[in-house]
Design a protein around this ligand. Structure first.
Ligand SMILES: [Fe+2]
Ligand SMILES: [Fe+2]
Length: 268
């Protein structure tokens, strides 16, 4: 089986880039399932009915999320209700929130479980400290989820140490562990010793020449003059697109290969 997985899709530029590139990627790669992280899809923060629909219409079949998932508070219940089974949020958010932390589906006749976790390191201050350990949360999900499934895990995380630790903790138990959230693709796509495909961060799909998808001028002002400048998503016509392609052995449910790609495209 083959999985095509995008990192964080940022704003309108990100949505346009996915819509433009995905049809040709599907022709080239014939993936069995296309996954993307939608936490920044609505003007950089959160996910709305319109922007979720645009990603599904573009050919994305499943959405993971992260720390920005609830930023569009007025729509988040609706988004999760409308797309149950096709969108998840981190399983280790301990408060009362809409949505599930994992979902099971069928792809190419196989049971596939997709789970989402958020890191603790450098994010402890968010959600009033209600982010539980992703490590023990993974063990819980493994107990609850269907057995003998291909297990795909988006670890929405900041620190490479925690990302790497999580990868090794899941090695041999998950089929793929990919990092999201830092928006910069890392050069460490690899198969871990136990057969789990791993990358610390897939990288974003958003405006090229931006700072993580945000207009560089405003972000720079913050660095130069403090926190006053308002950050705004960059809606430029050139995009950076980060994704991974993972091939999985149907019988062993272990990864055969992982390839990371980072493209730069002009939007039509
Ligand atoms: Fe993000
Ligand atoms: Fe994030």
């Amino acid at each position: 089986m083959k999985f095509l997985i995008f990192g964080d899709i940022v704003g309108k530029t990100g949505r346009r880039a996915v819509a433009q590139l995905l049809p040709q990627l599907k022709r080239e790669l014939a993936p069995d399932l296309v996954i993307a992280n939608g936490e920044n899809v609505a003007h950089g923060v959160g996910i709305s009915m319109k922007t979720a629909q645009q990603l599904y219409d573009a050919g994305v079949e499943f959405l993971t999320t992260g720390n920005h998932v609830f930023d569009k508070q007025d729509q988040v219940d609706q988004v999760f209700a409308a797309h149950t089974g096709k969108i998840i949020r981190p399983a280790n958010f301990e408060g009362t929130y809409p949505g599930d932390g994992w979902a099971a589906l069928k792809a190419a006749g196989q049971t596939v479980v997709i789970a989402n976790f958020n890191s603790q390191v450098f994010m402890e201050h968010q959600f009033q400290g209600l982010i539980a350990s992703p490590f023990t949360a993974f063990d819980r999900v493994l107990q609850e989820a269907p057995k003998s499934a291909i297990l795909l895990v988006d670890f929405h995380s900041e620190a490479t140490s925690e990302k790497r630790g999580f990868g090794f903790y899941l090695d041999g138990r998950a089929t793929v562990v990919w990092g999201t959230h830092t928006h910069i693709q890392t050069a460490d796509a690899q198969i871990l010793p136990g057969g789990t495909a791993y990358i610390s961060d897939v990288g974003m799909t958003g405006a090229a020449d931006s700072i993580l998808g945000v207009k560089k001028e405003a972000a720079l002002t913050r660095f130069l003059q403090g926190n006053g400048a308002k950050l705004d998503v960059d809606e430029g016509n050139e995009a950076e697109v980060g994704y991974i392609i993972v091939e999985v052995d149907d019988k062993t449910r272990k990864a055969r290969s992982i390839t990371a790609r980072l493209e730069r495209i002009k939007l039509k």
